[in-house]
Each structure stands twice: as C-alpha cells, then as structure tokens.
Design a protein around this ligand. Sequence first.
Ligand SMILES: [Zn+2]
Ligand SMILES: [Zn+2]
Length: 246
Amino acid sequence: MSLFRTAFDPILSVILPEQCRVCFARECDIAGGVVCAECWQKAQLFTKDTPLCPKCGAVLMTALRSDSATCNACDKMAFDRAFACGMYEGAISASVLALKKQPVIARHLKDAIRDALARNPFVKADFIVPVPLSKKRMFERGFNQAEKIAEVVSRLLELPINNSLLQRTIHTPLHRARMDLRARELSVEKAFSVANADLVGNKRILLVDDVFTSGATVNSCSTVLKKNGASFVTVFTIARAVQGRY
Ligand SMILES: [Zn+2]
Ligand SMILES: [Zn+2]
C-alpha cells in the first residue's frame, strides 16, 4: 500500500489525530477529546471562587445582598439547586457538542465533572436521573448524551442511575427555531412524566443533563419529580449557557 493511499484511507483516517474544534490550528489532545491541550487550559471552568447564584448556579455579575439571596430569576424554578462544570464556551461547548455525536467523555471533561461534584455538597442523592430524549431523537442518535454523563457521575458518587423513571412525551413539531423563549418554555412544560411514582416519594434526586440554557427543560423535569413527591432535586449539567448570566 502506498503512502498516498494510506493517507486517504477512510478507515485509517479515523485513528489519525484530528484538528482541535476550538482553535482549528492544533491537533486534539487524547485527554482533551476533540480539543487541544492549550484550548482546555483556557476552558472557563467554575471554581469555588466563581460568583454563582446559590440556587440555580447562574454566573453573577453583581454581588448578592446576602448569603441566602438568589439571582431572583430562578425563584419560581422547581429544583432546589443547580450547578455546572463551567461556561458553555470554548473547550466546554466543543466537548458538549461532540458528545451529541459520539458517546465518549474525554479525561479533561471527566476531571471537570469530578471537581464540580466535589465542590457541591448537595450532590448527596438517593439516585441519578438523566434528562430523557424523545423516542424520535433517541432513534436518530442511538444514545442519550445525558445518560453518558450520568454514568460518569454514578461512578464518581457511587450512586445508582434510573434511566426509565422520567419519560419524555412525544415532542411537538412546534418545537423549532422560530419559537421564542416563552413558547419553548411552554412546549416543554408538560413534556415529561414519571413512570413509577412509588420510586420518587421522599427521595433526593440528582437530575443530569448536558447544558443548562434557559432552565426550562430541567425545570419541567423537576416540576414533575416534585409533584410525585421528590423531597429534593439537584440539577447537574456540564455547561451553563451564557444566557444564564446576570
Ligand atoms: Zn485548540
Ligand atoms: Zn438563580
């Protein structure tokens, strides 16, 4: 086989190093997944010093009045706590987007998950529930990225996962680009149901998803979990979208 042929072999090309999805200049780092080491260095991961809303985990631009205050935007949210690894930008957003295509969580992302869990005492739960995909989306993708994140969280916290407790009802054709934020919130409001209410009563649940954008999806899941008797719902996502900034 000539060198030319090898270089263009589609099977061999998948094992050759890929270009970084952030800078498009360097090759990906094995530990970084689809991102190079330099771009991971610049990932906007939250630390214990990042000013975050204590309830919803939004990045705060101004200091809160007191330790018990929230950002106010989350006052009506049904969950008790929400937190994320970092901002939905750069290395973090590239890794989250890649996770929708390939169910692989690279080491840097696993480390970020471990650090975020270690910083947050309210991760104590009876079990983990990943946000489900619709049957249609699950069929198209072949896996649920929230389940892949939940598997990492499960190993780190030694907690069981319940993949079938929350169910997503068929999503409507309205659920598309032209909808404004409120319309999108309304469309997910009744999108979830609980398969077995007996498993939820008085339980502390750790709800896991990839990105917290408006919070509408996790709020809808939390509402149905609380209605079925959950005592405490904590939301963990890899990323917090910029939209959640105050
Ligand atoms: Zn890069
Ligand atoms: Zn908040």
